[in-house]
Design a protein around this ligand. Sequence first.
Ligand SMILES: [Cu+2]
Length: 273
Amino acid sequence: MLNKWMGMVPNASEHGYLVDHLLEVCHWFMLVLFVGWFSFFLYSIIRFHRSRNPRANYHGVKSKAATHLELVVILVEAILLLGFGLPLWAKRVTEESFPDKNDALRVHAVGEQFAWNFHYPGADNVFGRQDAHLVTGNNPLGLDPSDPAGKDDVVSKNELYLVNFKPTVIEVTSKDVIHSLSLHAMRITQDATPGLRVPIWFRPKLEGTYEVVCAQLCGAGHFGMKASMIVQGQKEWSAWYEDTMKLQHPVAAAPVSAEAAAPVPAPNPAPAQ
Ligand SMILES: [Cu+2]
C-alpha cells in the first residue's frame, strides 16, 4: 500500500513481488521510526525548554530505555538486511540461479552518453564480433560485418524488446562512463561499467511498454537518458525481429532468386576471322 502511495510503477516481473514486500516492510518501518523520533523531538523541545529548566542538569538521563530502543532498531535493520535483502540479492546474482543460455532471451545492453544500445544475437544465439575501431554513427557497437555470427544480429537504440514469460539475461556494459540500467517495472537495476559485462536476469510476466532509465548521474544529458522496454508475446517479438533483421542486413535476409543465383554466362568468344 505504501509502495503505491509513493508512486511505484506496477511490478512486471516474476520475482518482483519479493522486492515489493521488502520495500513495503522497509517503508512501514521507516514511517514508524520517523513518527517515533519526530514525536520524541517535539516532546524534548517542550519538556526541556529553558523556561521549565532554568538550571542545566549535568548528570543527564539515567534510564537505559533509549539505548535499548536503539538496539531494537539495529536488530530489526539487521534482520531486514541479512534475512531478506541479502538472500533476495543472492538469488539474482549467483551463477546457479541463472536460466540456461539456450532457453533465455539474451541481450547486451550498452550505455553511452546519452542513450542505451541493445544488441540481440539472433537465431544462432551467438553475438557477432565487435571491434572498437569499427564504431561509427551507423554502427554504434562496432559490429564486424565480416563475422558470420553477426549476420543475424540486431541492434536497437533506446528500445528494449522482450518476450513475455521468457527468462531474460541482459549483460550490461558501457562505452564511456559509468551508467546504470534501471528497469523499474522488472525491479532490477545494474551499473553499466566500461570494461565489464555484468549479467542480470529476470522473467517478465506482464505485457506492456515500460520506462528504462539511467540510474547513475553520468553527465549533462543524464536526465534524457531514457529508453522504452516493450514486453510482448513471442509472435509479435519474432515479427519485430524479422523486420529489423531485414532492415539491418538487407543482403543476408533477401531471398535469393533463381536468376540472381545462376552464374553469369561468359560472353561469347568473337568468331575467328
Ligand atoms: Cu547514463
